[in-house]
Design a protein around this ligand. Structure first.
Ligand code: NA7
Length: 867
């Protein structure tokens, strides 16, 4: 144990932790000329790699990538001996880095920070250590790691065992010798899976207690991959740059092969290649959709299960080792060396706690529901209070004495994973809300540290002394972190990513899953926008540009990028015929939407001729008549047809349990106002009159539409009321056009860049109606008499030029006594909610729509399941 050195009272910065992040932070702070003290509770540098000394402990990212890149000389002088280096070698590397840059002199080892308090009058942090030191610093930086706080054994009787007890996360320096011993290992995460084969080599009996079977692939360890060494040799800077701007922190080209549509041969070939490669980012990239689409994920998962079955000889043990309760990747997959083979050894046994739960640890072993086991040693490989554990345990109190633990009682809240409101000058490296554990940690660490260092430099240059995120910016980031997770399968698992492994811990998705590249871009953008969402104070005053860095749903943003990359001409520069052709062409590439029971086409005789319709009948029982929904497609009265909104109609049908009749009406400019509105009303009359023939329940009829289709749907409601029928039970208006007044703020705010533009809207109006007609309630239904109209569900999307008129219509209907449900499509555009099977974040909005439709028909049967 190092003797505590005397420290000066004041430092510019205090850093907690001397692992990968703390060491680099120290290096960068020194470069800025700041005085720094690092406190490290361990006896040496290394962090995670200091503590996790269990047999078999290795990195699960190839070590050529799991390495600092800030010092090119360092890279020249250090060569990793294996593809996945062992814990001792990684620890040696960190010692080498510390020595090379003389970092130890500013680190106090075996010293724990016991509390940190923000001193408002002083504008400094007051730090207390376990040695009783009192230190003041301007900046307090937690470099405490994501997997550093071991989970306390949450098993009955854990303290009773009289034999040897080991924790993988706190392995003794002198090692452990299990020769001739009866050993239990509890836990089959990475630590268990890495250590079990090696413990089995020594133990006379090894019993593994498995609560959850885990996916693991062979690491195929050996020399560092030749192709990677070649790339690094030829262009190290280019390689590192590509890693920094990659999704996971390793330059892996994301595939665009979809598991659900790939042929069996392609599936097998891609899987086997990833299996042979033995890398996490490879096996997580077999298919582009495996992280979001259950069917695609199942393909990969089943192929891994096949491998397990073909490796483990005893079929019962093999089956118990096959993960079944979570999607592949949603819990951290493992890399192993002979893990599954170990169960073929005669002295190794698996106990499936699902079938045979632990009742208690006893003085001499473990008692399960069925058996008593005697052991000489128990190894706990039970994991960590991940990502937040070390931070909340550190007794940090910010402004007004608010403790971090209390602030985060319902789950962590951060801005960019780097700071948290109410805690000025308090930084976290790899905090919750940062990519950290989902990425190659070293790349993320260097990015976080560089960002913090750059920030401190900017503060100094601009004469500020404190920085703190705003509540608005932080709430926006928290929402974005959850939005990114919500479109994936990850939140469905009981993983430590979700805090699910620690009893009582709030279930919140902890890391940022949007990618290292997207995260880096967000961090850079925040600075480019003058530290958007941060408040900076100093003797010269305060500066705060409040705001939210990402408000758009992540998958909507992705679609927008794809559309922009296609470089299509703006619709409003085309003729109506060309615009229609373009719309039809883009519709070709969409997923088809959910299956329904039956789809039939027909025609509706109306005064103007015949209108084609397509009828969608739900699949699920019961047989017999259903409520009817007459649907009108979008397209500004100019574009669209029965095909254009087909996936949406299927979705509405499946979700509502109603028969949906999608009607094609006459289009402008060939048939201008009021043709479309007249057709809509005539179609509603015809469907009502023919309800029985169409399989509907007479008198249970609603209208629905999107955009201009919603316009004529609600106009039909007004006409039906005025004509004394037919009775309409409800109106679903998705992003409706309800007024010709284009001065509402959303036309300005969202007027350009979100597919439906203000210019395009003007183009639609010009095609549809003469200026003199645009105030007519049959064109601008907001201006009509709204009393006595059917209950409405109105969808208003944040990034829609039509947002404000949709909201205005909802308010006006309410004022007229009409029951209204206003569904906010948060982070969506005019078009994205309707993108069935493409924009996953639209599904909750469509679920709300489906519920609204069902509620229009009180006696209707419950809906079918649509995910
Ligand atoms: P993990 O991945 O959290 O694994 C811990 C294992 O211990 C896991 O199988 C747990 O089952 C099991 N566990 C935890 N508590 C219990 C109790 N009470 N009873 C039985 N089994 C239990 O931690 P690791 O240290 O292996 O790996 C952490 C990360 O380090 C890893 O992901 C890599 O990124 C490196 P569960 O799955 O929760 O049912």
């Amino acid at each position: 144990m190092n003797k505590p050195v005397s420290v000066p009272e004041q430092f510019d910065a205090v850093v907690v932790g001397a692992g990968f992040s703390g060491l680099y932070m120290l290096y960068r702070l020194r470069q800025l000329g700041l005085s720094v003290k690092v406190f490290e509770s361990a006896g040496d540098v290394g962090g995670t790699w200091y503590w996790n000394r269990y047999p078999g402990a290795r990195c699960d990212i190839p070590t050529t990538d799991y390495t600092y890149s800030f010092d090119p000389e360092l890279e020249k002088e250090w060569t990793w001996s294996e593809k996945y280096a062992t814990q001792p070698e990684i620890l040696e590397y960190l010692r080498f880095v510390a020595d090379r840059h003389g970092l130890r002199s500013d680190v106090e080892f075996s010293a724990t920070v016991t509390s940190a308090r923000w001193d408002e009058p002083e504008q400094r942090w007051r730090i207390t250590t376990g040695h009783g030191q009192e230190i003041r610093c301007r900046y307090y930086i937690m470099a405490t790691g994501c997997l550093s706080m071991p989970k306390s054994p949450d098993i009955q009787g854990a303290g009773r065992f009289a034999g040897q007890v080991y924790f993988t996360s706190r392995w003794p320096h002198e090692g452990a010798d299990f020769t001739g011993q009866r050993v239990a290992v509890i836990g089959t995460g990475s630590s268990g899976i890495q250590s079990i084969p090696l413990i089995a080599r020594q133990a006379s009996q090894l019993t593994v207690f498995q609560r959850t079977a885990n996916f693991s692939i062979p690491a195929h360890n050996g020399p560092a991959p030749a192709d990677r060494l070649k790339q690094l040799g030829e262009d190290r800077d280019g390689y590192r740059h590509a890693a920094r701007w990659s999704r996971g922190g390793i330059p892996v080209e994301p595939t665009d092969v979809l598991g659900v549509t790939a042929s069996e041969a392609v599936r097998r070939e891609r899987f086997e290649a990833a299996w042979e490669q033995g890398e996490l980012f490879g096996i997580l990239n077999v298919f582009a959709d495996q992280g979001v689409n259950p069917a695609s994920n199942d393909i990969v998962a089943e192929m891994i299960r096949e491998k397990i079955r073909s490796t483990v000889q005893d079929p019962g043990t093999a089956e118990a080792l096959c993960p079944q309760d979570h999607y592949f990747g949603t819990k951290r997959p493992c890399l192993d060396t002979s893990y599954f083979e170990t169960y073929n050894l005669p002295h190794v046994r698996l106990v499936d706690l699902g079938k045979q739960p632990i009742v208690s640890i006893t003085e001499d072993g473990i008692e399960t529901a069925d058996e008593s086991f005697g052991f000489d040693a128990i190894v706990y490989a039970t994991g960590f209070d991940a990502m937040t554990g070390a931070l909340v345990a550190a007794d940090v109190a910010g402004r007004d004495g608010l403790s971090l633990k209390d602030k985060w009682a319902a789950g962590p809240s951060t801005y960019l994973g780097l700071m948290t409101a109410g805690f000025p000058n308090f930084f976290m490296l790899t905090g919750p809300g940062s990519p950290s554990v989902l990425s190659n940690m070293t790349v993320s660490i260097e990015q976080h540290v560089d960002w913090v260092a750059g920030c401190l430099e900017d503060l100094r240059e601009e004469g500020f002394e404190t920085i703190e995120p705003t509540v608005l910016a932080e709430a926006g980031w928290d929402q974005h972190v959850q939005d990114c997770a919500a479109i994936t399968l990850y939140p469905t698992a009981n993983s430590w990513y979700m805090g699910a492994n620690v009893p009582g811990k709030p279930r919140v998705f902890l890391p940022y899953i949007g990618g290292v590249n997207a995260y880096r871009q967000a961090c850079d953008e925040v600075i480019a926008q003058g530290y958007l969402g941060f408040r900076m104070t100093g003797p010269g005053g305060t500066r705060c540009r409040d705001g939210v860095i990402h408000r758009m749903q992540p998958d909507v943003a992705m679609v927008m990028e794809l559309v922009a990359a296609m470089g299509m001409p703006p619709m409003d520069t085309l003729s109506a015929a060309d615009a229609r052709a373009l719309m039809a062409a883009t519709a070709q590439t969409r997923p088809p939407g959910p299956e329904v029971g039956e789809v039939t086409d027909g025609v509706i005789p109306v005064p103007a001729g015949e209108l084609p319709y397509r009828l969608y009948r739900p699949a699920a029982p019961p047989e017999g008549p259903r409520p009817l929904v007459v649907y009108f497609h979008g397209g500004g009265w100019v574009l669209g047809d029965l095909d254009s909104d087909d996936p949406l109609c299927r979705d509405l049908c499946a979700r509502s349990g109603a028969v949906v009749v999608s009607v094609n009406y006459r289009h402008a400019p060939e048939a201008r106002f009021p043709a479309a509105a007249q057709d809509a009303f005539a179609a509603v009359q015809w469907v009502d009159a023919n309800a029985i023939e169409l399989g509907g329940i007479p008198g249970q009829l609603a209208v629905a539409g999107w955009s201009a289709g919603a316009n004529i749907a609600t106009v039909a409601c007004q006409l039906a009321r005025d004509a004394g029928g037919p009775h309409i039970s409800g109106q679903l208006l998705i992003c409706p056009v309800v007024d010709s007044d284009m001065t509402r703020p959303s036309y300005e705010e969202n007027g350009d860049g979100y597919i439906l533009t203000t210019t395009l809207m003007r183009w639609f109006w010009d095609h549809y109606a003469d200026p003199a007609d645009r105030g007519d309630p049959r064109a601008a239904p907001l201006r009509g008499d709204l009393e006595g109209l059917p209950p409405a569900c109105i969808v208003a999307a944040d990034f829609d030029p039509l947002r404000d008129e949709g909201v205005a219509y909802a308010r006006a209907l309410e004022a007229a006594g009409v029951p209204v449900r206003l569904a906010r499509a948060r982070g969506h555009t005019h078009t994205s909610v309707t993108m069935v099977g493409v924009v996953i974040s639209g599904a909750p909005v469509r679920a709300e729509i489906g519920e609204a439709l069902r509620n229009f028909f009180p006696s209707a049967e419950p809906q079918e399941h649509v995910s």
